[in-house]
Write a protein of this length. Sequence first.
Length: 336
Amino acid sequence: MRVPNDGENASHTIVAVGTYLNGGKSVYLHGEDHLRQVADTFDSPAQALVSFERVHGDTMRPGPAPMTDTERAAAEARTSLGTPTAEPEPSVPGPETVPAYAADPGDHDGLLDAFLDEHGDWQKWRTWSDETTHAIHEDQTLRIERVHEAPAHETAWTVAAYETPVSDRMWLLTLTGATPAPVLQTLLDSLAEGEAFETAIGSPATEKTVTQATRALTEDGWKHTIDGRRIRWTSPAGDAGVQFDAFAAQSRHSSLTTWTLWAGPSIDRPAWAIHASPYTPAPMLAHLSEELAHGTGTRQPQAAARERRASLGASPPAIPPAKAGPAASHTQGRHR
């Protein structure tokens, strides 16, 4: 406890009375820190308390003696050493807005389910395997095959068009598993709007259709180069592109890859790719090109880090040639 000094001095001095452990002497202490001294001793705690109360009864309080400034500083130092400073929780960065071709794949199965729910002229067909879903237009000339567990760099989607339900295939388009959600959504929207039927039967891609399909890239300043039979449009950052193969476009084999849309380190090591055959409708390709040039999407920061690590590591396997489209003969029944 603190009691005033003698006289009218406004300063204060710590005084205390206490007993040493194990039956030791009782003492009356005066002062603090290096000035603290034993002012008196007593044979018993009772004698010490009676004497102390006689002098300081007005301010006497039970309990331990107040800590001196030195004792208080030492206690604070021990506390700071014994208890580590709590560090703030690291903030979790939110998704960043990026060009559509650099966006996350998102939920491909969810996009397909939403497409089928919104468009009653498409029906989901049940096959012998749960690994694959077929969606077929009501006129039986346009079909989608979705491979649910396909790796990121392998074909996960196949879209095929036919002149009649029993005729040969007119055109074929495939997408790999890592295709960004905005790009896939653009393709599904094109199928819903009927652009898949706008095909000049019997004539391959022409200069007019190529110009129509790539107009958005040209207007957006994508780099235009010609390498033999291949014409390429590359994004300003060099991380995406569209390639047209003039030789494949004139071939009678409709499954040859004429158009390649891609993004990633290079066309030979793409993060994702779309391959399309010669008769793929120009309006559909135009909408896809426009999405690459002007569309945006979101990407989680960790996805960008994985993509950088992948580009520095081993090259992903090459994209296989487009395979045959889904056939109605593989189905066993259907349900909505």
